[in-house]
Ligand binder design. Structure first.
Ligand code: ADP
Ligand code: ADP
Length: 226
């Protein structure tokens, strides 16, 4: 079973920027997959299309076999998204943010509270549960975004540059719990421009540059070539 299948995906933004020039990509269920590329390569656009924040120009995208053109809601229910920007209400507490998120997906409040304990402990934020989000450090805010994305128990977790601007120690602790999440059966796709991050975490990798996939291989094979 594929968690994700992308066929000939194209995106031309208004104004004419060809951000994606016909991308093909498959990610197997259970994989830990990196989309690696320099700034401007098309990583965020790809993730934007997957999460329906960006309208594709053409091509086909399937999430666990559900085509986003025909069954977008179903496809989205499988996805937990961690965007780059902190897009939560800074005045809400850590626990409110994650519990409310579960509410959007129709999770019962009692269950949401139970889950919030699991995911806030996993991301090492349980002690901070009653703090307003604005009081958190940058690394804590990133972890909050991940805990929030897990609250509807997605089968596919997609992270856009999850450790951008985070220092190396916190980055390592994030790698640890992302690995744990993957081991629990969740497929993970992340974008990064650090080869080291892809190397430490991922089994398979695609390299994107100027809107095209220029390499799509296992991490082992790629490292053999370098
Ligand atoms: P879509 O086709 O997905 O609706 P748009 O082409 O409407 O996307 O662009 C969304 C917004 O982002 C527009 O307001 C656009 O001006 C703005 N934008 C333009 N260039 C860039 C850029 N290089 N990076 C990020 N945002 C941009
Ligand atoms: P990456 O995430 O790899 O840095 P992006 O997907 O953000 O790359 O950008 C790919 C290309 O599309 C870049 O040339 C960028 O300037 C352009 N772009 C991104 N968002 C928009 C937008 N909303 N409107 C117009 N151009 C955009």
């Amino acid at each position: 079973m594929y968690a994700l299948e992308i066929n000939n995906l194209k995106k031309v933004y208004k104004g004419g920027v060809e951000a994606l020039k016909g991308i093909d990509l498959t990610v197997k269920e259970g994989d830990f997959f990196a989309l690696l590329g320099p700034n401007g390569a098309g990583k965020s656009t790809t993730i934007g299309v997957l999460s329906s924040l960006v309208n594709k120009t053409s091509g086909q995208v399937k999430v666990f076999n559900h085509d986003i053109d025909n069954s977008l809601d179903k496809a989205k229910s499988y996805i937990g998204l961690v965007p780059q920007e902190f897009n939560f209400n800074q005045f809400e507490t850590v626990q409110q943010i994650v519990v409310n998120q579960a509410g959007y997906y129709g999770v019962e409040r009692k269950i949401a509270l139970q889950r919030s304990e699991v995911y806030l402990k996993q991301t090492d934020l349980w002690e901070k549960r009653n703090s307003p989000a604005r009081n958190l450090s940058g690394g804590m805010k990133r972890r909050l975004m991940i805990a929030r994305a897990m609250m509807h128990q997605p089968k596919l977790l997609i992270l856009d540059e999850p450790t951008a601007g985070v220092d190396i120690e916190i980055r390592r602790s994030m790698w640890k719990f992302l690995t744990d999440i993957n081991k629990s059966g969740v497929t993970i796709i992340l974008t990064t421009h650090y080869l080291e991050e892809a190397e430490s975490l991922c089994r398979n990798i695609a390299i994107i540059d100027k809107g095209k996939i220029i390499e799509n291989t296992s991490m082992k094979q790629l490292l053999g070539k370098l």
